[in-house]
Design a binder for this molecule. Structure first.
Ligand SMILES: Cc1cc2nc3c(=O)[nH]c(=O)nc-3n(C[C@H](O)[C@H](O)[C@H](O)COP(=O)(O)OP(=O)(O)OC[C@H]3O[C@@H](n4cnc5c(N)ncnc54)[C@H](O)[C@@H]3O)c2cc1C
Length: 388
């Protein structure tokens, strides 16, 4: 085999590309990993607020979204959150559960990135950074044209990710290659992304409170954050996974309390202080002013009409977001390579032998909370098994 020929070339040195390369190296495959950034795993470094929410211990297939509701199940059952935890243990990387199974590094996200690079190095993967893959052609072999020369291989793994956050390396490369080899695309759209509202409620910017947020049949109860442009926070990021332009969003700030229980037992307090027991004062002052209700009146002196007005406002705050903040702010891309012509066991294309797609480039999107990395690890593992 000549020096620029490989068994497998992996394109994209992010989460899934680093992991699959390390596994292929371990199998003894001559593997080349190509990344166009100066360093590997930039998204890992900024993930989870710099602590990398590397998996979710409570992961179930229902935490993943895509046109095909079953495709992801096989890979996810073949590589579990506990398998990745075992790898962290080998490197003595400490982690903690923030909440609801969300596991974060105690120290830094760089530990996960460095661990994956080390796994590649010890398994003799050839690592190439600052190298942009421009095109791929296939005859008997795959021929790659890159900014650092041409390469040849029997198999190619596309691990080039989705479209979110172009300044740290995101490209549509994987989508273009999929189309070139006959795959369809499910329209790639920003997800886990803040909403832009018009008007924006910018007066409330910085206010955070729990809320039940609904769109269609999907419902999330979590914290919501008002921003300068509209709304963010876990509740909004999560619901954005299911939202399409033109869809209504309904917010219940009473968290499902029935009218009869609303402000029960706080009759002697002012309406402001009573409402401020479960919501930030700034928010309460804002809505009482909007509704033209005297904030200093005691609850039991406030008219039934005004109390109903407040309840109706808080329990059924409905609006249609103008748009999302787009790929610039989205944590992930929803949509991507249609999985109908991809093997769910091996991630290999059914249309083009030796061509594999893993990670976020595929039409599989995890919910907020460590699920997207779990998909990166699990799809990479399935791919490596397929190439064994
Ligand atoms: C701010 C932020 C925080 C996040 N936090 C979390 C979290 O805590 N938990 C979680 O589960 N998920 C999180 N995610 C999502 C998670 O980072 C991604 O789903 C995951 O990284 C996808 O892995 P991947 O390997 O498919 O793609 P990526 O990790 O994006 O890797 C793709 C790589 O391909 C490279 N590339 C692209 N085109 C080319 C080309 N033509 N030639 C060479 N290289 C190329 C890119 O530079 C990139 O390094 C977060 C995302 C963002 C943006």
């Amino acid at each position: 085999m000549d020096k620029d020929q490989y068994d497998v070339i992996v394109i994209g040195g992010g989460a899934s590309g680093l992991f699959v390369s390390s596994l292929l190296g371990k199998q003894g495959k001559k593997t080349l990993l190509i990344e166009h950034n100066k360093e590997f795993g930039k998204k890992i470094l900024i993930s989870g607020g710099g602590r990398c929410n590397f998996t979710n211990a409570n992961s179930t297939p229902e935490d993943f979204f895509g046109k095909n509701r079953h495709f992801h199940k096989s890979a996810l059952s073949g590589y579990k959150p506990s398998d990745f935890i075992d790898l962290l243990k080998k490197y003595k990387i400490e982690w903690y559960e923030k909440k609801d199974g969300q596991l974060f590094c105690k120290e830094s996200a760089a530990q996960v990135r460095d661990m994956l690079v080390r796994e590649c190095e010890t398994n003799n993967v050839k690592l190439l950074t600052s190298c942009h893959v421009k095109s791929i052609e296939h005859d008997h072999y795959y021929h790659l044209e890159s900014t650092k020369g041409d390469f040849k291989s029997e198999n190619v793994v596309i691990a080039s990710g989705g479209l979110s956050i172009a300044p740290i390396g995101a490209t549509d490369f994987g989508h273009r290659i999929a189309s070139q080899f006959g795959h369809k695309l499910i329209n790639p759209e920003p997800a886990l992304v803040p909403f832009v509202l018009e008007p924006s409620f910018s007066e409330l910017s910085g206010v955070s409170l729990p809320a039940k947020v609904t769109t269609g049949k999907n419902e999330i109860t979590e914290d919501l954050l008002f921003t300068h442009k509209g709304m963010s926070g876990p509740a909004i990021l999560k619901i954005s996974l299911y939202w399409n332009i033109g869809d209504k969003i309904k917010i219940d700030f009473t968290l499902g309390r029935v009218r009869e229980d609303f402000l029960k037992g706080v009759g002697a307090k002012t309406i402001l202080n009573a409402l401020a027991l479960s919501a930030p004062k700034r928010f309460v002052e804002y809505i009482l002013e909007e509704l033209n209700v005297d904030k200093d009146k005691k609850v039991n002196e406030t008219s039934k009409k005004d109390l109903n007005k407040i309840y109706d406002f808080l329990s059924n705050f409905s609006f249609t977001p103008a748009r999302t903040e787009g790929f610039r702010k989205a944590e992930v891309t929803r949509g991507g390579v249609d999985v109908s012509k991809i093997s769910s066991k091996t991630m290999e294309s059914n249309l083009q032998k030796g061509l594999f797609f893993i990670g976020e480039v595929l039409d599989v999107t995890g919910q907020l909370g460590g699920f997207n990395f779990q998909w990166a690890w699990a799809s990479a593992y399935a791919c490596a098994q397929g190439l064994e």
